[in-house]
Design a protein around this ligand. Structure first.
Ligand code: PEP
Ligand code: CO
Length: 453
């Protein structure tokens, strides 16, 4: 079965298919050179780690764990810097601790980081000073600088992306190995922002309880908690620039199949999941867990065929179905999809991305999202899954550990005028540090209501 379905697949068989969202590189010779060099460089992750993640995701699909997938919309090469990475690791760890504490089950952490450098865009070109230039497609493809030359797809960026991802991952691994000191001082988590929030007391209780638990474990063990258990951290990105992903797709000794060794998990975007096109062709051949973004426009039938094509052996922990309908479309779209997936017996991990269907332009033209809308879609997702008897085992969020002003709302009540203060994203608006912790708390609350009460 596997052999027939995987027939004619190779890491580069996608080159024979039509492709969306990846413009042609004008300099073919340079592309070839960069691609060949990238193929020779050492892997960023190992097949063992990828298999371990798949096992953990299988636990999620069995309702024994929860997956938190979160990070930047687009990472940038210029922000491969210590404070940015430390803040991201910190916010991912703290949000995961909130979930673990509140839900009482393991949380699998998958960052949108160390490779999230390529972006799909709704328009291929934009006009700047009367001139038509390529749209920015992420640092892996071209430069954000708005001039014709900088926007030409540049193959050298494939190598720079690999190096920047490697530097990021190296530092993330070191921070995670140290157990990240912040775990010992939850009382120093910056909580003042929660003071006006109706959940402040719950929040404060939780922090106190985590502090007590950390002290308790330290007291009964002769090693500090940070040293007794190293925190696991996995990486993911959208498999969009297939030159980058396929150059790092390899066979490994003593295991069948091909692994994308640039990240533990990759996902297919909502705009590139046509069944007979390049991105599906590439992804059907790799062993990594695969996320599928699903939102309008889509059909249930097409989605089933996509899952089947990407997971022909019905492997558990292989597919994370990330729905991103938008708060107004979720009621109409999600129930039928859940029923169909159940009927087919596909063992997927269900995830809710309440970000991408809820983007709008503020009156001052900033692309933004409203915390309340994000919350509304997240709550609907839990309610619908609960009503259908299925398990919503994951959320997918765009967030940052920095104090940005990109999404309106939340406990601090950021308004549209406030977006101007610190709007930094290269692409979609992210929850800032405080909004992220608040959202984690609210996710845990919904999960508990759905699966514990
Ligand atoms: C993203 O995750 O940043 C993204 C572009 O998502 P989607 O493909 O769901 O629009
Ligand atoms: Co995004």
């Amino acid at each position: 079965m596997e052999d027939t379905l995987k027939n004619n697949w190779s890491p580069v068989s996608w080159l024979e298919k039509p492709i969306q969202q990846l413009p042609e590189y004008p300099d073919k010779k340079k592309l070839d050179e960069s691609f060949e060099e990238l193929k020779t460089l050492p892997p960023l992750v190992t097949s063992w780690e990828i298999e371990a993640l798949k096992e953990k995701l299988a636990q999620v699909s069995q309702r024994k764990a929860f997956l938190l997938q979160a990070g930047d919309c687009a990472e940038s090469f210029s922000l491969t810097r210590s404070p940015k990475i430390v803040n991201m690791v910190k916010v991912l760890l703290q949000t995961s601790f909130i979930l673990i504490h509140e839900m009482g089950i393991p949380v699998v952490r998958v960052g949108r980081m160390a490779g999230q450098y390529a972006k799909p865009r709704s328009k291929p070109f934009e006009t700047v000073n009367g001139e038509q230039i390529h749209n920015y497609r992420g640092d892996l493809i071209n430069s954000v600088e708005p001039n014709k030359e900088s926007r030409i797809p540049d193959p050298q960026r494939l190598l720079e992306g690999y190096h920047k991802a490697g530097l990021t991952l190296n530092f993330v691994r070191a921070l995670a190995d140290e157990g990240f000191a912040d775990l010992h001082h939850p009382e120093q988590w910056e909580l003042d922002f929660m003071r006006n929030n109706e959940y402040y007391k719950d929040y404060e209780d939780m922090v106190r309880s985590i502090t007590r638990a950390v002290k308790f474990i330290d007291a009964i063990s002769d090693k500090r908690i940070a040293n007794t258990q190293k925190v696991d951290f996995y990486t993911s990105h959208e498999a969009l620039n297939l030159y980058y992903d396929s150059a790092q797709t390899r066979k490994v000794p003593r295991k069948p199949g091909f692994y994308n060794l640039s990240a533990h998990m990759v996902w297919i975007g909502n705009r590139t999941r046509a069944l007979d096109e390049a991105h599906v062709e590439y992804l059907r051949g790799i062993e990594n867990p695969i996320g599928i973004k699903l939102g309008p426009p889509f059909t249930v039938d097409e989605s089933l065929r996509l899952i089947e094509k990407l997971n022909p052996n019905n492997e558990e922990g292989k597919i994370v179905l990330i729905t991103r309908f938008g708060k107004t479309n979720i009621e109409e779209g999600l129930p039928d999809l859940i029923r169909a997936v159940k009927r087919e017996g596909f063992p997927v991990v269900w995830s809710s991305d309440p970000m991408h269907g809820n983007t709008f332009s503020a009156s001052n033209n900033y692309k933004t999202r409203n915390f309340e809308h994000i919350l509304e879609e997240m709550k609907s997702a839990f309610a619908i899954h609960r009503a259908e008897g299925s398990y919503l085992g994951s959320v997918h969020l765009e967030l940052t550990g920095d104090n940005v002003t990109e999404c309106v709302g939340g406990a601090q009540g950021l308004d549209e005028a406030g977006l101007d203060l610190n709007y930094e994203t290269f692409c979609d608006p992210r929850l800032n540090y405080e909004q992220s912790l608040e959202m984690a708390f609210l996710v845990a609350k919904e999960w508990k209501q759905s699966y514990l009460d």
